[in-house]
Design a protein around this ligand. Structure first.
Ligand code: ADP
Length: 402
């Protein structure tokens, strides 16, 4: 089954074409990225597996035009991988927010589209772009089934006491203000992948997954289900991120609004774009730059790294309490997979929990799946690569086959 996976952002879209023989037996045929949609000149970077990247610069006025460019490339003589678009059996979309409507991935029907639209107010930066993608495909390939895979749906198993904020209950009833959580496809995928890797029965397990990238979130996974997660109503909550502040006293926000005379757009800019690693260090939002500056002894880069790792450690401690113990801690995402210093700072000093960390192995593995705790460690610490596009393709295949 050939599946086109689309991840539409506000001015970009990522795509992959996968030939799925089964969940574990698949081939990535091509992938790419369309950027600067709506600007004067856009760019399309297209890579056919096994060949060099091919870049075109041209105006891409909107998402529909971007998807049309991608489809044309996929069947082009020079850079194509398909003889006709009818070879695409289904399209899977990453959709940021499914609210309380979607407990899992869903076939895109008019009713589902309606619900995705209703969630736009919960994710105003992402859901509208996701919808544009869905509508563009509907227009260009009307008979191809589409599936929506949500960042939030894995966390719909959280109990009410974990997702309820202690503000007047009427705000939940009126506006559905609650914790939703994000990165669900990644947390679900890496929990299952790491359990298989280590030989733990997922259905009978206590796992803490740390997805650490530009955005970071940590999830408590009990018997394969999310029971708590660090991101909340929006992806701002939780640990320190690239430019997002993570958890913050609401009183500090009110104080800053008043002192700096900020309206909601102004404070949103501070919390979403100017905070996190960038805000603390003044160096960069990119962890590689933070690491380089920390190695040179930059005190604020060191502080930024420490704030991040301390926050992760604290969250792991909280989730170990929630789970009544832990069998495995999993690291993934750009930082989780690559930054050995972060894993080391988080996991050293957790002997009380049953973690015996192996710094030597931690330093040696580079971007590959590995156990980084000692063989005698009661709690396994594992690094696995995530693959959100694969999850989208797997879910799409399962739903379309049904
Ligand atoms: P996103 O959340 O946008 O998907 P990624 O999961 O790709 O982001 O993670 C991006 C982060 O991973 C950046 O902070 C980047 O610096 C960090 N990162 C990537 N490679 C490395 C590396 N080799 N060492 C340390 N950090 C890395």
């Amino acid at each position: 089954m050939i599946i086109l996976v689309l991840n539409c952002g506000s001015s970009s879209l990522k795509y992959q074409v996968l030939d799925m023989k089964s969940n574990d037996d698949y081939t990535l045929m091509a992938k790419g990225l369309v950027e600067r949609i709506g600007e004067k000149v856009g760019s399309i970077a297209h890579t056919v597996t096994g060949q060099d990247k091919f870049i075109i610069e041209k105006p891409v006025p909107d998402h529909s035009a971007g998807i049309k460019e991608v489809l044309d490339l996929l069947v082009s003589k020079e850079h194509g991988v398909l003889d006709s678009l009818s070879r695409i059996d289904a399209v899977g979309h990453r959709v940021a927010h499914g609210g309380e409507f979607f407990k899992g991935s869903a076939l895109v029907t008019p009713e589902a589209e309606n619900f995705i639209e209703k969630c736009c107010e919960l994710a105003p930066l992402h859901n509208p772009a996701n919808l544009l993608g869905i509508r563009a495909v509907k227009q260009l390939m009307p008979s191809t089934p589409q599936v929506a895979v949500f960042d939030t749906s894995f966390h719909q198993t959280m109990p009410d006491y974990a997702f309820t904020y202690s503000i007047p209950y009427r705000f939940y009833e009126k506006y559905r203000v609650r914790r939703y959580g994000f990165h669900g496809t990644s947390h679900k995928f890496v929990a299952a992948k790491a359990a298989k890797f280590v030989g733990i029965d997922l259905e009978n397990s206590k796992i803490i997954t740390c997805h650490l990238g530009n955005g970071s979130s940590i999830t408590a996974v009990k018997n394969g289900k999310s029971v708590d997660t660090s991101m909340g109503f929006t992806p701002i909550e939780g640990v320190t991120m690239g430019t997002r502040c993570g958890s913050l006293d609401a009183g500090a926000i009110l104080f800053l609004q008043e002192k700096e005379g900020l309206d909601s757009a102004g404070i949103s800019k501070v919390l979403n774009k100017q905070s996190g690693l960038l805000g603390i260090s003044g160096v960069s939002s990119d962890f590689r730059d933070i690491q380089a500056a920390a190695l040179e002894g930059n005190p604020r880069a060191l502080l930024a790294r420490r704030t991040l790792t301390y926050g992760i450690k604290k969250t792991i401690g909280a989730y170990a309490a929630v789970l009544n113990g832990v069998d495995m801690i999993v690291f993934t995402g750009g930082i989780g997979e690559n930054a050995s210093a972060v894993r080391s700072e988080v996991c050293n000093g957790m002997e009380y929990l049953g973690v015996e960390f192996d710094d030597r192995i931690n330093d040696e593995i580079h971007g590959k799946d590995a156990v980084i705790s000692k063989p005698s460690s009661r709690v396994k610490v594992v690094v696995v690569t995530t693959d959100e596009e694969l999850v989208i393709a797997q879910d799409t295949m399962a739903i379309v086959k049904k």
